[in-house]
Design a binder for this molecule. Structure first.
Ligand SMILES: Cc1cc2nc3c(=O)[nH]c(=O)nc-3n(C[C@H](O)[C@H](O)[C@H](O)COP(=O)(O)O)c2cc1C
Length: 326
């Protein structure tokens, strides 16, 4: 057992939150993580109402949270309103200014979790009253900013402390096992957010070809790129790009985005069809550097148990394996 301020404040057994991965983390994964003692998140992403209704139904009575891509909410606030009516434990906002939604979320009784990529973002998250700030490093799967976790997490810890806020800090990006959890606690975090490791699990809404690739890949095989966003015709702000496995499609278009834009709908259709078919030469396996720490697809509960028990062992053995004291 690892008790932290996060487990105490949320009333959960383990200091682990599963990432709200757009379209990939549905109600089955979120509820499995909550049942196993963490906090599960549905990946509300760009806010598709029908999909969200199905996934909340699948989560059943388990308390779960829901994430949204903040810049996309501007065009689709109804998705947030519908979600708040379902009484989620938390709303998780990332990639944009949380200010327009913060008051409404907090007034509903849901916790406000803001994922940040810079210290400036963290200050904004504190200012709008975030209950939890997630410091996301660029090792992360899916979209992120440019800063890596190792210096970002302690700098955000210092920023929260200096502000006098009682917001909790969660680390994200590249955490795939107990070593990542233990290290995050040492850097000043109260817990971790795990995406890539839960992406490759039994409750996946992910094609099996992609799961196989994620298990086989090394972190060296990943790339941060906007190719997928251009191919999907998504209007992502320039400061964010996405970690994914390299493939023939990214080899062709990374560094050649203007040409990809010109190719337009033909390439967009090709990518979309490949995603459904699980053609990993074209559609991208969306994992971060932690993919190199995955050696099998397991149920979410087993993943959670192994992360927590490994971290507990490391902490209680005081690093005896690799630190010689005295
Ligand atoms: C497939 C995938 C989709 C993601 N989609 C979202 C998303 O819709 N909204 C969001 O806030 N973060 C999203 N993320 C990022 C996660 O919130 C989190 O920061 C990241 O997974 C943590 O790093 P890790 O992947 O190394 O565990 C996504 C991550 C992955 C792997």
């Amino acid at each position: 057992m690892l008790t932290t301020r996060l487990t105490e404040r949320l009333g959960i057994a383990h200091p682990v939150i599963s990432a709200p991965m757009a379209n990939a983390s549905g109600g089955a994964l979120a509820s499995a993580v909550t049942r196993a003692g963490g906090l599960g998140m549905i990946g509300g992403g760009y806010g598709k109402s029908d999909w969200l209704a199905e996934q909340f139904a699948l989560a059943g009575n388990q308390p779960v949270g829901c994430g949204f891509i903040t810049w996309a909410l501007e065009k689709n606030q109804i998705a947030l309103d519908e979600t708040l009516e379902r009484s989620p434990t938390a709303i998780f906002l990332s990639f944009g200014d949380p200010a327009p939604y913060a008051e409404k979320i907090k007034a509903s009784g849901a916790l406000l979790i803001c994922q940040v990529q810079t210290v400036k973002d963290a200050k904004r998250a504190i200012e709008v009253g975030s209950d939890i700030v997630v410091a996301q490093g660029s090792e992360a799967g899916g979209h992120s900013g440019k800063r890596a976790s190792f210096a970002l997490v302690p700098e955000v810890a210092d920023t929260i402390n200096a502000s006098g806020s009682d917001a909790l800090l969660v680390a994200a990006g590249g955490i795939g096992d107990g070593r990542g959890l233990a290290a995050s606690l040492m850097l000043g975090a109260d817990g971790v957010l795990v995406g890539t490791r839960f992406w490759a699990r039994d409750e996946a809404l992910v094609h099996e070809n992609m799961l196989a690739e994620a298990v086989a890949a090394s972190g060296d095989d990943t790339l941060q790129t906007s190719v997928m966003d251009v191919a999907r015709e998504l209007d992502w702000p320039e400061r964010y790009s996405a970690h994914t496995l390299r493939n023939k499609f990214t080899d062709q278009w990374h560094g050649n985005l203007d040409e990809l834009k010109k190719a337009g709908k033909a390439e967009a259709d090709k990518w979309a069809a490949a995603w459904i078919a699980g053609d990993t030469d074209i559609a991208n396996t969306m994992v971060g550097e932690a993919t190199g720490l995955i050696s099998s697809v397991m149920p979410a509960a087993e993943i959670l148990d192994s992360i927590v028990s490994e971290a507990s062992d490391i902490i209680s053995n005081s690093f005896k394996q690799n630190v010689k004291q005295g």
